[in-house]
Design a binder for this molecule. Structure first.
Ligand SMILES: Nc1ncnc2c1ncn2[C@@H]1O[C@H](COP(=O)(O)OP(=O)(O)OP(=O)(O)O)[C@@H](O)[C@H]1O
Length: 233
C-alpha cells in the first residue's frame, strides 16, 4: 500500500537565539488538507516555528521537507510554492485601496478577478475601492485573510487570526477555515477556535513539544493543563 507523503514536515528543529532556545527538537508532520494548530503560552516558540517555515529564521539544527523532499525555505520562494501567511496584525498598505492590497500577492491576467473573488469569499468585496486605514479592525482582519487566500495557496499559515475579533467574527472565521479545504497551519490563543477547527494540535512550552494529538487528546492532556495553568492538573 502506498504511504501518503507529508506535504510539509519539520524534523528535529532547534532554534537558538544566543543562549535562549526558542525551539527545542520540534518535529511535526502536516498531511495535505489537514488543519494543524500550534499552541502554547506566550514565548513558547509558535511564531519562531512559523518563521522557520517561512525562511525568516534558519534552524540551528534539524531539517524541513516539502512533499517528502529536503527543503530549505526562502521567503521569496513561498508564493511560488503556494505557501501564504497572514500576519498577526493587519499590515496593509495605507496608500493602496483594499483591492490593490489584495492583488499584491496575486500574479497574472486574472489577478483582479482572483482578488475580488477572495474579498467576496471573506465578505468584504464592497470595500474593494476603499483605503484600508479607516476601516474597522475586524474588516481589516478579513482583508488580510483575503490577501492570503487570493493566491489560492496550498498551505495557508494563519498567525493569530482571531486576535481582536468578537465571538461572531470568530465563529465566521472557524466556518471559513473548515470550508477552505487547503492545508492550514494555525497559531492561535483562542482555544475554542483551535479545538473546533483543528485535526491535530502541537503544544509547545518554552520551545519544547509537550504534546501532539487530536483536540480531544490535547484537552485532557495533563502536561498541557500544567503548562497553561502553571500547576499540576
Ligand atoms: N529574533 C529573536 N531574537 C532573540 N530572541 C527571540 C527572537 N525571536 C523570538 N525570540 C524569543 O524566542 C522565544 C519564543 O518567541 P516566539 O515569539 O516564537 O513565541 P510565541 O509562542 O510566538 O509567543 P507569543 O504567543 O507571545 O506570540 C521568546 O523567548 C522570544 O523572546
Amino acid at each position: 500500500m502506498a504511504v501518503a507523503t507529508d506535504e510539509l514536515a519539520l524534523h528535529h528543529i532547534t532554534v537558538r537565539f544566543g543562549g535562549l532556545t526558542a525551539l527545542d527538537d520540534v518535529s511535526l508532520r502536516v498531511a495535505p488538507g489537514k488543519v494543524v494548530g500550534v499552541i502554547g503560552p506566550n514565548g513558547a516558540g509558535k511564531t519562531t516555528l512559523f518563521n522557520v517555515i517561512c525562511g525568516f529564521v534558519p534552524p540551528t539544527e534539524g531539517t524541513l521537507t516539502l512533499d517528502g523532499r529536503d527543503w530549505r525555505p526562502r521567503p521569496h520562494h513561498l508564493s511560488r510554492l503556494g505557501i501564504a501567511r497572514t500576519l498577526q496584525g493587519v499590515g496593509q498598505f495605507a496608500g493602496m485601496t483594499v483591492l490593490e492590497n489584495v492583488m499584491v500577492g496575486v500574479r497574472g491576467r486574472r489577478a483582479e478577478a482572483e482578488a475580488l473573488a477572495a474579498l467576496d469569499r471573506c465578505g468584504v468585496a464592497k470595500y474593494a475601492a476603499t483605503y484600508p486605514g479607516a476601516l474597522p479592525y475586524a474588516i481589516r482582519k478579513r482583508i488580510e485573510l483575503a490577501r492570503a487566500l487570493a493566491s489560492k495557496p496550498r498551505v495557508l499559515m494563519l498567525d493569530e487570526p482571531a486576535g481582536g475579533l468578537d465571538t461572531d467574527e470568530i465563529r465566521w472565521l472557524g466556518d471559513l477555515i473548515k470550508e477552505i479545504g487547503t492545508t492550514v497551519l494555525l497559531v492561535e490563543h483562542h482555544m475554542d477556535l483551535v479545538m473546533s477547527v483543528c485535526d491535530e494540535i502541537l503544544v509547545l512550552d518554552f520551545g519544547k513539544p509537550i504534546a501532539l494529538g487530536t483536540p480531544a487528546e490535547i484537552s485532557t492532556n495533563e502536561r498541557v493543563t500544567e503548562a497553561y495553568l502553571g500547576t499540576p492538573a
